[in-house]
Design a binder for this molecule. Structure first.
Ligand SMILES: NC(=O)N[C@@H](CC(=O)O)C(=O)O
Ligand SMILES: [Zn+2]
Ligand SMILES: [Zn+2]
Length: 357
């Protein structure tokens, strides 16, 4: 049953969460956005779709150093680096990068599925050697799960990917740990729920809060456009049920993906939604509306580290039920970013660490 606003607590304490899917970019954009993620999250799985992509241990090490250098002094934040898979990747690169402690996971982008994925994998058959090594090393595979054929309806590309690619992949590599990233459909939620314990999924705040009407609300709304594209309301409800249902297979991954305003508000606008500045508050909004605030910690802070076989964080953060308005725009990298839920009011405000109050 839905909780009425009156029964919501005035503050909640939560084990500090991690973000298991984020784009921090590079250069001036990295400098502008990393503080937003580092403020709320102890660790983050950082996506490798840079230009050029993170395809070697040396590139991964250098990127990790740049993220650390851009993180505000005194903020404890650990970027977890991921390897960008390509058709040509040498399995030894995986062994080396994991051996040196650089890569936490590897990312499969079907070629041309999304932003900066042109160098991605054209056919899973091309990376079977790499997947076998990952399975041996118990290294998680992170997947942008959409087929790329242009004749397949964009709203169906995730569900078709499950049938055509994911089911055979899971069958061929039964021991491989897989995170189905940023799931958007009832089919994906059901697939993960019904799979073995080595299959999990991240869910974004925007896929929990928006349905596809948001992209066409009185006109075309580029800031509600991301990939996989938001789906119809029945799918949103299935995602809310998965996130708030208490299963350890579903956990927080914001997919915060900053793009300069001029790249979004364009005749061919980029895919990606920037939610890092208010991510935890946005998730709290969802869990509050579902009467499931008692399950927010599992989703945000426990299930992710358990799946990745990393320790849970020990510090606690505080969310206060104080309304806050999301800015209409954030200055960044000599331009601006329009954040998720720009100009709207959230019920919750992130209020820092419990031990600093
Ligand atoms: N989600 C998005 O719409 N965009 C991401 C890429 C991705 O996660 O697919 C980006 O890098 O901008
Ligand atoms: Zn993606
Ligand atoms: Zn992403």
């Amino acid at each position: 049953m839905a909780q009425t606003p009156r029964t919501l607590p005035s503050r909640i304490l939560l084990r500090q969460p991690d973000d298991w899917h984020v784009h921090l970019r590079d250069g001036a954009m990295l400098e502008a956005v990393v503080a937003d993620t580092a403020r709320q999250f102890a660790r983050a799985i950082v996506m490798p779709n840079l230009k050029p992509p993170v395809t070697t241990t040396a590139l991964g090490t250098a990127y990790r150093d740049r993220i650390r250098a851009a993180t505000p002094a005194g903020v404890a934040f650990e970027p977890l680096i991921t390897l960008y898979l390509t058709d040509a990747l040498d399995p030894d690169e995986v062994r080396c990068g994991v051996g040196e402690g650089v890569f936490t996971a590897a990312k499969l982008y079907p070629a041309n599925a999304t932003t900066n994925s042109a160098a991605g994998v054209t056919d899973v058959a091309n990376i079977r050697g790499v997947l076998a090594v990952m399975q041996d090393l118990d290294m998680p595979l992170l997947i942008h799960g959409e087929v790329t054929e242009r004749h397949i309806d964009i709203f169906d590309r995730e569900a078709v990917f499950i049938e055509r690619t994911l089911i055979p992949l899971v069958r061929d590599f039964p021991g491989l740990r897989i995170v189905f990233e940023h799931i958007t459909t009832a089919e994906a939620a059901a697939f993960v729920a019904e799979s073995g314990p080595n299959i999990a999924a991240t869910i974004t705040p925007h896929h929990l809060l928006l349905n596809r009407n948001a992209m066409f609300d009185g006109g075309i709304r580029p800031h509600a456009y991301c990939l996989p594209v938001v789906k119809r309301e029945t799918h949103r409800l299935a995602l809310v049920a998965a996130a708030t249902g208490g299963s350890g297979k579903f956990f927080l991954g914001t997919d915060s993906a900053p793009h300069a305003v001029e790249d979004k508000e364009s005749a061919c606008g980029c895919a990606g939604i920037y939610n890092a500045a208010h991510a935890l508050e946005a998730y709290a909004q969802v869990f509050g509306a579902a009467g499931a605030l008692d399950r927010l910690q599992g989703f945000a802070s426990d299930h992710g580290p358990d799946f990745y076989k990393l320790p849970r964080n020990s510090r606690q953060v505080v969310l206060e039920r104080t309304p806050q308005q999301v800015p209409v725009s954030i200055h960044a990298a000599g331009t601006s970013i329009v954040p998720f839920l720009a100009g709207t009011t959230l019920d919750w405000t992130f209020a820092g660490f419990a031990d600093q109050r």
